[in-house]
Design a protein around this ligand. Structure first.
Ligand code: PFF
Length: 529
């Protein structure tokens, strides 16, 4: 007999674990610099809107899919898919025909991808959406873990006093040397994977939940300490102004798309992570409240991270426009310039914060793959964890090596150029583009169409109602006005404008249209410039 499925001990356990998945490198490394580069406060505002109208509804979809089916993403789609779906067949056949057409244009790599996915869709229907989620989690973890390894390496460097430079040039050189030194980077990447694997091995309650309850409060305290340090430096206010004051002139359609893309990544959507974590929720929990809490926590931490970074950067007279390299190239020098000689301490705390954020996200990605192997292939958890983390770690080595140079991966490079005409950046960049620009939008689109039109909002809301009845069905105006429990406002049968109905409209219309536009723009078929 199969073992009974584990469940979170309660709402708090779930919310902290899911927030742990959501809060990651995306919040602390990526959000501050993309906000800084794309209009500061104006970007933050647009981002908040994207989170509220796209991120939150999609997260609720995923969590309810998980709880309803009590399965991994593949099992969830399989269980709820109709026997025959015309829409799925239409998409499958269209892809196959596109694949054949691409052959004539000698685009063999893309042609094979189209034929393969199209064929899978014709055979397995909507279940392919779940497979896509598991594959995305697998691929993302392989390179996420390389960066996770860097963060651990930087804690070691900081503690041992090896980050003691005060100029950006020195800091950048140190980072470059470190990143290219495979004797460091590969063991650290393995170390990061090992930490994730050890936690996942212990299961849902004793592994993920227990560690989220320890690590998330730690993350919060570290962040507050760093904010206080940064904000109390003379001149810090310039950094706050840079980060939060709206610069309308840099806002354009592209900004909105960047915000939308980031909303998916930062909330861990479209990779099956929230479906998987949702599958460990029991029936009594209020899904609306939990989803809102996760989203609010994720957004708050992203904004706090900006407040931990920019005030210090500005107060110490560094350039803000350092883009992706900000965290590793600039911050160590910033910390060391702070008078008082405690630069090593601030750097240690910062990279510890970054590692914690990365680990709680990394483990959720691993759990997606493990849950699939356990549910669908009936593997024992230990076997699933050992094998999946080893294979992911090996794939990650390719990303790690590719930073150094393509020369070491000659055959792979030639294959990628020949098949896909991809000749820019490293294998790492290729993986990042493939997942962020392609797999995530397609995943998000599929989930919203599936829940909105195939499984149907009616059934989804039935699921959401368990545990959140007097939330989902209360008249929105009464809810906002604080009259939710007033007897004369509480007869849900006559209410039309409820959270549930609003959510349904978003999921059926607004999300699919918005994501499709963003996707077409990303792949260059639409241009707003
Ligand atoms: N949300 C994480 C971050 O912001 O860094 C990244 C991530 C984790 C994406 C887990 C997806 C996922 F399943």
């Amino acid at each position: 007999m199969a073992e009974a499925r584990e469940h979170w001990s309660g709402s708090l356990g779930f919310v902290l674990a899911a927030a742990g998945s959501a809060i990651g490198l995306g919040n602390i490394w990526k959000f501050p610099y993309i906000a800084g580069e794309n209009g500061g406060g104006a970007f933050v505002l647009i981002y908040l809107i994207c989170i509220a109208i796209i991120g939150l509804p999609v997260m609720l979809c995923e969590i309810s899919l998980g709880r309803r089916t009590q399965r991994n993403p593949v099992g969830a789609f399989k269980m709820l898919s109709p026997v025959r779906s015309h829409l799925a067949n239409f998409i499958g056949f269209s892809m196959v025909f596109t694949g054949i057409a691409l052959m004539f244009f000698q685009e063999f790599g893309w042609a094979i991808v189209m034929l393969l996915i199209g064929g899978l869709i014709i055979k397995f229907g909507w279940t392919v959406a779940g497979i896509l989620g598991v594959v995305s989690a697998f691929v993302i973890l392989s390179y996420y873990s390389v960066i996770g390894g860097w963060t651990i390496g930087y804690i070691l460097k900081a503690i041992s006093g090896h980050l003691n430079y005060t100029t950006e040039t020195a800091a950048a050189k140190c980072f470059k040397d470190f990143m290219l030194n495979l004797n460091w980077v590969i063991p650290l990447h393995f170390g990061f994977m090992l930490l994730c694997a050890l936690i996942i091995l212990r299961g849902v309650r004793n592994g993920i939940e227990k560690w989220s309850k320890i690590l998330m409060p730690m993350l919060f305290v570290l962040l507050i300490v760093l904010i206080l340090r940064g904000l109390t430096l003379p001149g810090a206010i310039k950094g706050v102004r840079f980060f939060l004051s709206p610069k309308m002139e840099v806002i354009n359609a592209e900004t909105v798309l960047i915000a939308l893309g980031h909303a998916f990544f930062t909330l861990s959507l479209a990779m099956g992570a929230m479906i998987t974590y949702g599958s460990y929720i029991s029936r009594e929990q209020n899904l609306f409240m939990s989803t809102i809490s996760i989203v609010v926590l994720d957004t708050t931490i992203a904004i706090l991270a900006g407040l931990a970074i920019f005030p210090a950067v500005f107060a110490m007279g560094f350039k803000e426009s350092s883009g992706a390299g900000l965290v590793f190239n600039v911050l160590p020098a910033v910390f060391n310039s702070i008078p008082g000689g405690l630069g090593w301490l601030w750097a240690t705390l910062f990279f510890l914060l970054l590692s914690i954020a990365a680990i709680t996200s990394g483990m959720s990605l691993l759990e997606v793959v493990v849950a699939f192997l356990v549910d669908e292939l009936k593997w024992k958890r230990t076997k699933a964890v050992v094998i999946s983390s080893t294979v992911i770690a090996l794939l990650g080595v390719v990303s790690a090596v590719s930073f150094a140079s393509w020369d070491r991966l000659e055959i792979l490079h030639i294959a990628l150029v020949k098949a896909f005409h991809i000749n820019q950046g490293s294998f790492f960049d290729t993986m990042d583009v493939l997942t962020s620009n392609w797999m995530l939008p397609i995943g998000g689109l599929t989930i919203s169409i599936f829940v909105g039109w195939i499984w149907g909002t009616r059934k989804a809301v039935e699921e959401i109602r368990h545990g959140s009845h007097n939330f989902a069905d209360v008249h929105l105006i009464s809810l906002i006005a604080g009259l939710k429990d007033d007897p004369s406002h509480n007869n849900s049968r006559y209410h039309v404008l409820t959270l549930a109905s609003l959510w349904g409209i978003f999921i059926r219309f607004i999300t699919p249209v918005a994501v499709t536009i963003a996707f077409l723009h990303q792949i260059g078929w639409l241009n707003f410039k």
